[in-house]
Design a protein around this ligand. Structure first.
Ligand code: HEC
Ligand code: HEC
Ligand code: HEC
Ligand code: HEC
Ligand code: HEC
Length: 177
């Protein structure tokens, strides 16, 4: 149904982008039509206006929750770090990359912080944003949909096929389970 919508002539680029985003992330966060009073009455809870809530911590780092601040900071009172960039993280996560054949560019650049929070996060795996949104920040959807390997991807998450850190296979394709 969405595919038909995508093919429809006369779509503005914004509409296309929005449809693609819905298509791939399952969440259209912008351009949502306003919920009218009659719609709210005629349907159930699904369309109730959302009440702003305090963001929920979904994941937290063990050393942080155990208040082992000096695992990363020079002293418990200091914001200064024991090591910079990914050297700090790889002290404990040394198996994450090992001597993998292919390493994702931002990981290779030591930029764990582009995707992860050090203390806690409102997303799984201490992520700074939802995984899919992170990927699309740097790999524009309009380019992604043109790739041969993506012809059958449907609404699958990027990380269902790609490892975000490293792989023994080209294009960071995950090993088959
Ligand atoms: C897993 C490593 C790690 C642990 C454990 C950790 N921190 Fe941090 N902390 C960091 C990193 C990385 C930064 C980011 C520094 C930056 O962006 O310049 C940071 C930043 C901070 C900052 C600066 C403000 C902010 O939030 O960005 C404070 C304050 C801080 N940490 C306090 C603590 C305290 C208190 C603890 C123990 C309860 C703790 N940290 C445990 C890694 C850690
Ligand atoms: C002092 C050791 C230590 C350091 C330093 C450290 N980690 Fe961790 N990290 C852990 C432990 C322990 C876990 C929990 C592993 C488990 O539960 O199996 C963890 C878990 C994680 C997770 C998974 C969280 C989840 O919800 O499943 C991420 C992501 C992570 N660390 C990223 C980082 C990053 C990024 C850095 C550098 C800023 C870092 N770690 C530095 C010890 C460390
Ligand atoms: C391009 C974004 C990105 C970068 C850069 C990145 N990560 Fe991750 N990381 C992810 C995503 C996405 C997941 C969740 C994967 C999933 O959902 O299966 C994850 C999961 C993890 C986990 C928990 C699951 C696992 O594979 O063990 C750890 C630990 C982790 N990252 C550590 C790190 C460290 C350490 C660095 C820097 C050396 C780093 N990450 C850099 C995106 C990134
Ligand atoms: C901060 C920017 C950034 C983020 C976030 C990011 N990438 Fe990348 N990625 C890059 C760069 C830079 C390259 C190097 C190739 C290029 O220039 O396109 C790359 C390359 C790749 C490649 C090709 C690897 C190869 O060996 O040729 C894949 C696959 C990939 N990324 C998947 C992902 C996925 C999946 C996510 C989300 C978990 C993600 N990327 C998030 C910057 C990013
Ligand atoms: C169904 C599995 C699958 C899914 C889901 C998937 N990919 Fe891929 N991806 C592949 C395969 C296979 C290749 C290698 C073949 C190719 O380049 O066409 C690839 C290649 C890539 C490349 C390398 C492109 C280049 O120019 O060489 C990047 C970057 C990439 N994918 C990012 C993503 C992002 C971002 C997402 C999520 C929006 C995603 N992939 C979802 C299977 C997948």
């Amino acid at each position: 149904m969405l595919v038909c919508a995508l093919l429809a002539a006369g779509c503005s680029p914004q509409t296309k982008e929005h449809l693609l985003r819905v298509f791939f992330t399952g969440a259209g966060t912008t351009n949502r039509p306003p919920v009218t009073a009659s719609a709210a009455v005629s349907t159930n809870a699904a369309v109730q206006p959302s009440v702003p809530t305090t963001p929920q911590v979904v994941s937290s780092h063990k050393a942080f929750t155990e208040r082992n601040c000096t695992a990363c900071h020079l002293t418990a009172m200091s914001q200064e770090l024991r090591f910079s960039g990914s050297d700090l993280c790889l002290e404990c996560h040394d198996k994450l990359i090992g001597n993998a054949k292919y390493v994702h560019a931002p990981v290779n650049d030591g930029r764990c912080d582009l995707c992860h929070q050090p203390h806690e996060s409102t997303e799984r795996f201490l992520l700074t944003r939802k995984a899919q949104d992170l990927c699309l920040d740097c790999h524009p959807l309009a380019q992604m949909v043109k790739l041969r390997g993506h012809a059958t991807m449907g609404t699958a998450q990027c990380v269902s096929c790609h490892d975000p850190h490293r792989s023994e296979q080209k294009n960071l394709v995950k090993a088959q389970p």
